[in-house]
Design a binder for this molecule. Structure first.
Ligand code: NZQ
Ligand code: ZN
Length: 391
């Protein structure tokens, strides 16, 4: 196991009705003038926004609103948010929504106190300060509610890029599983796929002796396999929603990834798909991940056989571990079909002719070094082959 530091200071408030306490937590973490940031309207339709406003009013906390965050959040709204926060003297950003809204909030939080173009902070300049961020989460997926990360798409060139800093970890996150009951099946399934991908990105590693994090990864995957069909069948299954919501946090605040080299090639490969075709990030991952698995499996078939046996319950073929590994990858793909995720370019409207450009951007865009991933270091040519496997 490698050396590591792990700092996860976010306070989580979990369960039914907890969103009504949001004002109390904003006050606890020093918010006196709030930017209330949200997306395209689901929080209005569900009545959540009114509850949040009521709670802020109850605590006497003034706020200004900025709506319109799109899935795969854009830099344009971030610039708008930074200007607004600076002109209004905002000292706390409250995100009400999913990963996109939280990521946009984190970008505004860092950009407001940065002397320069916020995009620098997504192009290699380290983040050294940020306004505090709190979240009320409405979808179990990206894990941004507990992560130090934020992913923004720059409209100038449609480059989708991430940054990470402990300054971006939310001060608090309110997680009420009931808030996810209004999600369309497609978004629920995309979220489930993203959660599983966050585990795979950490699991496929060359670091030896990582039994504890291996087992934690396997636990999250097994939970998703058990709970996902329940919420697809019945969106109002509270306990399944609750387990999935907490799994989303556990999968991505890095507790299952510490002490091990992590991969993250599939996310880079996917980000080009969602930047180019505006598909849900999780749906893009459903297309990319099985293809990536097939492409790199031979690097360490036993690692894939471990997931096949321990997670999917497939019998180990000791004479032919590769066969066991392949069976595991197939099971993952058929699980994705079962929860109605796409697994091919055709299903998300992606085009073969765009492959070279996307592969180039994935490897070189925004200061890239030419290779991505760690389990297997992938060149532009490799990435092209992976896209082709997903055709
Ligand atoms: O905009 P509204 O109207 O709210 O609708 C959203 C949006 O259309 C809708 N939605 C959310 N909660 C809902 C709901 N509809 C009905 N009922 C609810 N309760 O769902 C759609 C998707 O929302 P979004 O916030 O985009 O989803 P998600 O949480 O999957 O976030 C995806 C973004 O996060 C990034 C992705 O790349 C993508 O841009 N990621 C962020 C990470 C991080 N910060 O740590 C890590 C991830 O790997 C990921 O890259
Ligand atoms: Zn993800």
């Amino acid at each position: 196991m490698n050396n590591f530091t792990f700092h996860s200071p976010t306070e989580f408030i979990f369960g039914k009705g907890t969103e009504t306490e949001v004002g109390k937590y904003v006050k606890k973490y020093g918010g006196t003038n709030v930017l209330l940031h949200y997306g395209g309207g689901s929080v209005i339709r569900s009545g959540l926004l009114d509850k949040v406003k009521e709670s802020l009013d109850k605590e006497g906390i003034p706020f200004v609103e900025l709506s319109g965050v799109r899935p795969n959040p854009r830099s344009g709204l971030v610039y708008e948010g930074i200007n607004l926060a600076q002109s209004e003297g905002i000292d706390f950003i409250l995100a009400v929504g999913g990963g996109s809204t939280i990521d946009s909030s984190k970008a505004i939080a860092a950009g407001t106190v940065y002397d320069g173009d916020f995009w620098d902070l997504y192009s290699g300049t380290p983040i050294t300060k940020a306004l505090p961020v709190g979240t009320v989460l409405t979808i179990a997926a990206a894990g941004s509610e507990g992560s130090p990360d934020s992913v923004i798409t720059n409209e100038n060139g449609m480059l989708k890029r991430g940054t990470g800093s402990d300054y971006l970890r939310p001060k608090f996150s309110i997680l009420d599983p009931e808030l996810t009951e209004t999600l369309p099946t497609y978004q629920t399934a995309a979220g489930i796929t993203d959660i599983m991908a966050h585990v795979f990105e950490r699991f496929y590693s060359n670091t030896p002796a990582t039994e504890i994090t291996d087992r934690l990864c396997e636990a999250v995957l097994k939970t998703m396999i058990k709970e996902a069909p329940k919420v697809i069948k019945n969106p109002y299954d509270y306990d399944a929603r609750a387990n999935i919501m907490w799994a989303g946090m556990v999968a991505h605040n890095n507790m299952v990834g510490v002490g091990r080299e992590q991969d993250w090639a599939s996310h880079s490969i996917e980000h080009e798909l969602s930047a180019q075709y505006d598909v849900a990030h999780g749906a893009g991952l459903a297309v990319v991940m099985p293809a990536w698995m097939r492409y790199v499996m031979k690097h360490n078939p036993m690692k894939f056989a471990q997931i096949a046996t321990r997670v999917w319950g497939i019998d180990m073929d000791f004479n032919n571990p590769e066969e066991t590994a392949i069976k595991g990858i197939k099971r993952f793909k058929s699980f994705l079909h079962k929860i109605k995720m796409p697994t091919s370019f055709a299903e998300i409207g992606a085009k073969e002719e765009d492959i070279p450009e996307m592969a180039h951007k994935a490897c070189y865009g925004n200061g890239g070094t030419g290779t991505i991933g760690n389990f297997v270091k992938l060149s532009q040519k490799d990435v092209e082959e992976i896209y082709k496997l997903a055709l």
